[in-house]
Design a protein around this ligand. Sequence first.
Ligand SMILES: [Fe+2]
Length: 359
Amino acid sequence: MTTPIPTPSVPAPDIVRCAYMEIVVTDLARSREFYVDVLGLHVTEEDENAIYLRSLEEFIHHNLVLRRGPVAAVAAFAYRVKSPAEVDAAEAYYRELGCRTERRAGGFTKGVGDSVRVEDPLGFPYEFFYDVEHVERLTQRYDLYSAGELVRLDHFNQVTPDVPRGRAYLEDLGFRVSEDIQDSDGVTYAVWMHRKQTVHDTALTGGNGPRMHHVAFATHEKHNIIQICDKMGALRISDRIERGPGRHGVSNAFYLYILDPDGHRVEIYCQDYYTGDPDNPTITWDVHDNQRRDWWGNPVVPSWYSEASLVLDLDGNPQPVVERDERSEMAVTVGADGFSYTRRQDDDGVEGFKLGTQL
Ligand SMILES: [Fe+2]
């Protein structure tokens, strides 16, 4: 582990959930086609520079902001905190960590009030807010419900070179670990961490970072995800389907990864599980278990390991990317044929894994 991040003496802010992501897109009209016309996210508000989108069941102003800009990147990973005082707590927490912070009483985006943005110790632009405009929750607007309806923002996924360092920092910040991937040497490749009672609000994936791996929206059922695949095929944009559909091992969720016009990765996700008890067991997967990333054993395409979006500092400039110096998951699991189905000989001489055997 590189230099550990100190634990502040002041309390961590009480985070409720991941709430929205602000991404910079280079062609707002093309991005609108993707997120509104193809994926069916609902427009709360828009102008010539930005579009504010929300999922069907959301009651706050937005879950995704598309902002026009010169370089495709992520401007904010925003979390809702439990009360206005917790925004103060977030500001004090990051100041003690020596991080750059910026507080705006009027918010950084439309629809959101008093907020603080920080350049966190891992180099990510994090935001914390409580005040937010309520809008119509469309849950029972079945007249608007599409066959591939996105109903909630589920999680973020961040790429960082040193996963244990990031994990310790996020545990200090109040996140709990639901699952992780390690090898028998103790190298950690990824970790899933939550505040709300699902598998995660964010995950750390080991790799060159800080970068944004994906933002994930939930559907109600598997068939909604299949419909998105069918629709993308019908629209002749199947080249934007990067990976899946499939069933994850980690999280148990049904998944699909697609790429927006700038290459920002979006996951469509459903059917993970409840994690709200304080003694919710942590599941550790072996990096050589072919079912960890896909329960059916389908290979992971190399681009899924290597490609990710830049993130911005508080001035709007891309953060420099630091290389991971530990083993990469792609290096240990993708063979010369470009496929990631490898077998490990177990101690008993039997190839592969028995049901339920993880590290
Ligand atoms: Fe995900």
